[in-house]
Ligand binder design. Structure first.
Ligand code: NDP
Length: 461
């Protein structure tokens, strides 16, 4: 009989925490999980899921326009922001219910309270002040938008959190940042009819992606009417007579109804009692963990965004499953971060897995790059001036495909499947002997027979 109240206490009811709690409980462990806000965490409540619903909403005006090329006459259309927000909220509430149901079904105890560490085995439930003890503690408190306090007027700006619940759809918005969130929301707001400007400090948006896709997406966004200001930053935001006034480094004064900051996310570790428990954090406040998600304190694990490894939902879930193997199945398992497929739900979409051309050029002596740029079939009748880009990066010595990059419709769906082929170590020859599926865009991936160019010692030849 354990001397602790619980075998496992999980702090944080997001993707990673809920998975860890649910599976541990289903193995017969006595588990409690505490969440101060809503079960589902960033992904379900104010991240991936509502974002994707907004992406769908923002695509309709192009669908209506495209319909004409296929013989349809679409009547006058209008958009109701409040209706979208309400429908999204209802779906999110349903999903939150499912998360809780899964926990209850596995016999985990759900606690709707903030929880803070008192020592390595003790947690205080902040709603009641009650102290409980656990043999093992998992911290999965996630992250929050970087508020960019160095920016004068930052308190007048919103983050993605508020973007999901704006009272009114603004007429104009300036979004600062060039990462996933900035790019996705710029497309969402533009698609919903908002005059949209993106301001990014670097030379090109999406700094960690393949250069071709970054340029291709930038051009496509500008062609749609999104203003993109690179090599620029916000210097100050203040209230004007009619909306907000923004001073920029290089583009003079801008005006907008709403300013959204999407400048990365910070780990949620403040006031968690980490010091009291002796848990070490890095200079950004993220919890330091070993290869098995264990902190410097033997019985305390941390996973997901609070550890600042790879900030993606499936990664947090994977880390939770590895924790279960390690802690409860006597099978020490390290999370595998190789070849994580990822998508940016921009318009057009980006789907990618493996190394960009630039990264691969640093790792391999010689690369073959297969690149196709074409007009998708649907665009022929719709008349939309869009182009798809597909790119395979192949290590010339082993013939292995080490990177696959797509810009265009359903790029995310394709990247998920390409992830399997790259994970399986498929070579370009495997791609070549795969029958094409016609007519699809994806068939291009198996019909690029000759390299477009080679990279030798990092140089294009
Ligand atoms: P990202 O890390 O993707 O982007 C942050 C952006 O902010 C970068 O463009 C960065 O510039 C810029 N930046 C950071 N600090 C400053 C500063 N002080 N001044 C000016 N610019 C700055 O973070 P996001 O906030 O967009 O998203 C957080 C994470 O959430 C992502 O990394 C991703 O892992 C995850 N996410 C995933 C999604 C998906 O899978 N589709 C969707 C949304 C989020 P620079 O590039 O120059 O460093």
């Amino acid at each position: 009989m354990s001397s602790y109240d619980y075998d496992l206490f999980v702090i944080g009811g997001g993707s990673g925490g809920v998975r860890g709690a649910r599976v541990a409980a289903s193995l017969g462990k006595k588990v409690a999980i505490a969440e101060e806000y809503r079960y589902g965490g960033t992904c379900v409540i104010r991240g991936c899921v509502p974002k994707k619903l907004f992406v769908y909403a923002s695509q309709f005006h192009e669908h209506f326009e495209d319909a004409a090329g296929f013989g349809w006459t679409v009547g006058e259309s209008s958009f109701d922001w409040k209706k979208l927000v309400a429908a999204k909220d209802a779906e999110i509430a349903r999903l939150e219910g499912l998360y809780k149901k899964g926990l209850v079904g596995a016999n985990a105890e759900i606690l709707e309270t903030r929880a803070e560490l008192v020592d390595a085995h003790t947690v205080r439930l902040m709603k009641t002040g009650q102290m409980v003890t656990a043999k093992t503690i998992m911290i999965a408190t996630g992250g929050r938008p970087n508020p960019h306090v160095a920016l004068p007027g930052h308190e007048l700006c919103i983050s993605s959190n508020e973007a999901f619940h704006l009272e009114e759809l603004p007429k104009s918005i300036v979004i600062a940042g060039g990462g996933y969130i900035a790019v996705e929301f710029a497309n969402i707001f533009h698609g919903l009819g908002v005059d949209t400007t993106l301001i990014y400090r670097g030379a090109e948006i999406l700094s960690r992606f393949d250069e071709d896709l970054r340029r291709g997406l930038h051009e496509a966004m500008v062609a749609k009417g999104i203003r993109i200001l690179c090599h620029d930053t916000l210097q100050q935001v203040s209230k004007g007579e009619d909306g907000l006034v923004l001073e920029t480094l290089n583009s003079g004064t801008l005006r907008a109804d709403v300013v959204m900051l999407a400048l990365g996310r910070d780990p949620n570790t403040e006031g968690l009692g980490l010091e009291a428990a002796g848990v070490a954090v890095d200079e950004r406040g993220a919890i330091i963990v070993d290869d098995y998600s264990r902190t410097n304190v033997e019985n305390i694990y941390a996973l997901g965004d609070v550890t600042n490894r790879v900030q993606l939902t499936p990664v947090a879930i994977h880390e939770a499953m590895c924790f279960i193997e390690t802690e409860y199945k006597n099978n020490p398992t390290r999370p595998d971060y190789e070849l994580i497929p990822t998508a940016v739900f921009s318009q057009p979409e980006i789907g990618t897995v493996g190394l960009s051309e630039e990264e691969a050029g640093k790792r391999y002596g010689e690369l073959e790059v297969y690149r196709a740029q074409f007009r998708p079939l649907k665009a022929t009748l719709s008349g939309r001036p869009e182009r798809m880009i597909m790119k395979l990066i192949v290590d010339a010595a082993s013939r292995k495909v080490v990177g696959a990059h797509i810009l265009g419709h359903d790029a995310g769906e394709m990247a998920q499947l390409l992830g399997i082929t790259l994970k399986a170590g498929c070579t370009k020859d495997d791609f070549d002997r795969t029958m094409a599926l016609h007519p699809t865009a994806a068939e291009e991936l198996v019909t690029m027979y000759a390299p477009s160019y080679r990279i030798r010692d990092g140089q294009r030849v």
